[in-house]
Design a binder for this molecule. Structure first.
Ligand SMILES: Cc1ncc(COP(=O)(O)O)c(C=O)c1O
Length: 344
């Protein structure tokens, strides 16, 4: 689905292309998966226990929670459920590519609103709403720029959004963001038709397990539950996700690793004469002085795998995951070697 550009993310080398956790997987989650001895029975498809546990952490009830085979699945589920062919979905560009792909696959129309100085332009997104608009996607922090909207701007945006429009706030990277950033889960009971997506693929290091979840008002969750496939979350994912939720130590180590990476990389980029948006996530959108495709290919030849901004509708930039210290230093060394050629 993500076409050829994603294939390079799997080649050998320093893998800074997919915003994965450089510390690996929550050890508690791995241990829980290894303890599984029998997979012959279907799981309880209501998923009530895990929904309850996830909900309670946020002061909500299990009727506010939907589980998914990764949050990707929930993006598609939301589009399938709420968007009819010909209706419009408003989203920023560049933003998470799946929003647009899911809308087009459904026969919907993607209304794409350019970022403003690298940040989702909420005013322009409101202005882009027509009577045919049914869904609005907001990725915050935004992939691929790492930027986040101001809380006051978000609250004002939510207040002015027509109530019948479904607002999807994808917060795949929220755990990395500063506390002052938007935590959209707090908005769920306030505004019906608001769906907040979270994933365990990133900070919990469970990308290959496939587990994501969403919060929404009770009616919206009931509708989504009607449409989702039975048994969409595997027993392995249930066990790993439940254990990871308790692994506060791993979460904190992961945040600390990311913060250390930011402290190393951002000043080093500046010293190399490169600019990046300040990030609230675990990656940077790094501006390069040659075309993004050339920069991406040169880094790949040097053993550093990043994401080519040309394939993310972010020309002139690379998306670079913040890695472990040795990976970050390898990236900086490669940039130091390549920059004289790029500037020649
Ligand atoms: C903004 C955003 N949402 C969702 C996802 C997908 O997460 P999952 O692995 O839970 O499907 C990603 C993964 O890259 C992402 O960047």
């Amino acid at each position: 689905m993500f076409e050829s550009y994603q294939r390079a993310a799997f080649v050998e080398g320093v893998r800074l292309a997919s915003n994965e956790n450089p510390l690996g997987t929550s050890p508690k989650a791995l241990a829980a998966v290894r303890r599984i001895e029998d997979l012959s029975r279907y799981v309880d498809d209501s998923y009530l226990d895990l929904r309850e546990r996830i909900a309670r952490r946020h002061g909500l009830s299990r009727e506010n929670v939907v589980l998914g085979h990764g949050s990707n699945e929930i993006v598609k589920l939301v589009v399938q459920t709420f968007l009819r062919p010909g209706e419009e979905a408003v989203m920023a560009v560049p933003s998470f590519a799946l929003f647009r792909l899911a809308v087009l696959e459904r026969g919907g129309v993607s209304v794409e609103v350019p970022l403003r100085e690298g940040v989702s332009d909420l005013e322009a997104m409101l202005a882009a709403l027509t009577p045919r608009a049914r869904v609005v996607f907001l990725c915050d922090p935004n992939n691929p720029t790492g930027t986040a909207v101001e809380r006051a701007d978000f609250l004002s945006f939510v207040k002015r959004l027509p109530p019948e429009v479904v607002l999807v706030v994808d917060q795949a990277y929220r755990e990395y963001a500063a506390p002052k950033c938007v935590d959209a889960i707090g908005e769920v009971p306030e505004r019906p038709n608001t769906i907040v997506l979270r994933t365990m693929s990133k900070i919990y290091g469970l990308a290959a397990l496939r587990f994501g979840y969403a919060f929404a008002d009770v009616q919206t969750v009931a509708t989504l539950e009607h449409v989702r496939l039975p048994f969409n979350v595997a027993a392995t994912a249930l066990a790993g996700a439940a254990a990871a939720l308790d692994d506060e130590a791993f979460l904190q180590r992961s945040v600390a690793c990311n913060e250390a990476g930011k402290r190393l990389l951002y000043p080093a980029f500046t010293a190399l004469g490169l600019s990046a948006y300040p990030t609230q996530a675990n990656f940077y959108a790094l501006a390069v002085p040659v075309g993004a495709t050339r920069a991406y290919e040169d880094l790949l030849a040097d053993g550093i795998v990043v994401r080519n901004g040309d394939s993310l509708r972010m020309p002139g930039r690379l998306r670079v995951t913040i890695g472990a210290e040795d990976e970050n230093r390898a990236l900086l060394a490669a940039l130091g070697r390549l920059l004289p050629r790029w500037r020649a």
